[in-house]
Structures are given as C-alpha cells and as structure tokens.
Design a protein around this ligand. Structure first.
Ligand code: AMP
Length: 222
C-alpha cells in the first residue's frame, strides 16, 4: 500500500522544509498546493490570475478548485509509491473531499493509501516572525529571515549577490489574515484527524534536523 503523508501546521510551521527532505529521502513527491498556485500565478494561467487576488488577501482559494488540482496530481505516476500533502487539506470540506478522492483511488487494485497525518506545532508569535521576516533570494532561492538569520541590513544574498525579496503574502497585514484563517478553518483538522488513528504531533520550534529525525522515525515504524 502506498504511503500518504499529510503535513498539518500553520503557515510558517516548516511543512515545506520537512516535505522537501522527505521527498529527497523517500522519493515521494511533495504536493504543495501553495507552490502549484504560485506557479500558476507566475505563468498567468486563468487559475493563477484568479488565485493571485485571493492569495494576496491571505484568504483561501475555493475548496473545489483546490481539490481538483490535488486529484489531478495524485493520479500521476510519481505518486504510485507515496506522496506528501503540504498545505492540503486546509478546511474540513477539503478533508472530506480528500477522503472521497482516496476512496476513488482505492477502487483500482494496489492503489490504496496508508494515511499518516503529522501536525507540526509552532506557537503563533514565532510563526508570525518567521513569515513577516522571511526573504528569498531572487537569484538562487536561498531563504533568509531578518529576525533569525540577518542579512547585514542590505537586501542582498550573501551566497550569490542576488536581490532578496519578500513574498507578497508575507506582508504583515496579509500574515495576520493568513493566521486568522488558519485558526478558524484549518486548526479544526487536528481534532478531525486525531480522532482517526494515525495522527502525531511534533514540536516545530526545534532544529530542522531534529524535527526531521522524529518525522522520519514516525513514518518508518509503521
Ligand atoms: P502556502 O504556501 O501553503 O502558505 O499557501 C499560500 C496561499 O495559497 C494560501 O494563503 C492560500 O491563499 C492558497 N492555498 C494554498 N493551499 C490552499 C488550500 N489547500 N486551500 C485553499 N487555498 C490554498
């Protein structure tokens, strides 16, 4: 049975960082709905044009649109042995849609999914600083943080000299909205999945390596 990993946690909890490491080790693709949407925005597809406004306001794209993107992704060949959901589901409606999707997939012999849900918990004051302080090098993609990994006060990458930019949805007023939306719409998923069996919580304030160590142990022991 293939492994389906759901990474829960507020924006800025480190889901993407951990998903990338899992992807590299287990070869299960990271399915980040935020990344899929940002690529659509960059390519100015109809989805991207519609999503940009919603994202820049810190709100959520509608459930049916997101669920269709994920289902399209899950049937691709690289998900045959496992996949990592990063940023989906984000509402109870999306969780129900995911259940229905997994049931449809399981109708094909050998396509059942062994689901494991992991919540990466980081207190709100820390995620707020992680998000508002985040800067990305436009050249090499290296990530900095003006609070935790200062950049000499100059918006220049120390590795490649590229310009450091702030994601448009990391502006303070948008972060406030994203965190409020998380508390109201996404946090209830913790109780939803905790009631179901394979659910674990990790302290996301520790070193990246230490979180990853516990995460991969949780996935291996089953
Ligand atoms: P992220 O990079 O996961 O923080 O996502 C960035 C933005 O993309 C979010 O603030 C939402 O506007 C949108 N988004 C990403 N995933 C979802 C989802 N599962 N449902 C609705 N909107 C989403």
């Amino acid at each position: 049975m293939r492994k389906g990993v759901i990474l829960l946690g507020s924006p800025g909890a480190g889901k993407g960082t951990q998903a990338k490491r899992l992807q590299a080790e287990y070869n299960w693709p990271q399915i980040s709905t935020g990344d899929i949407l940002r690529e659509a925005v960059r390519n100015q597809t109809p989805l991207g044009v519609a999503a940009k406004k919603v994202m820049d306001e810190g709100r959520l794209v509608d459930d049916a649109t997101i669920a269709a993107l994920v289902e399209e992704r899950l049937v691709q060949a690289d998900c045959a042995h496992g996949f990592i959901l990063d940023g989906f589901p984000r509402t109870l409606v999306q969780a129900d849609m995911l259940d229905a999707m997994l049931q449809r997939l399981a109708e094909t012999p050998g396509c059942g999914v062994d689901l494991c849900v992991i919540n990466i918990h980081v207190p709100e004051d820390i995620v707020r600083k992680r998000l508002v302080g985040r800067r990305t090098c436009a050249g090499c993609g290296r990530i900095y943080n003006i609070y935790f990994e200062p950049t000499d006060g100059r918006d220049v990458c120390q590795a490649c000299g590229g310009t450091l930019v702030q994601r448009s949805d990391d502006r303070e007023e948008v972060v406030n909205r994203r965190l409020a939306v998380y508390l109201k719409q996404t946090e209830p998923l913790i109780a939803y999945y905790a009631a179901r069996g394979c659910f674990h919580q990790l302290d996301g304030t520790r070193e990246i390596d230490s979180i990853y160590h516990d995460l991969s142990r949780l996935l291996c022991v089953r």
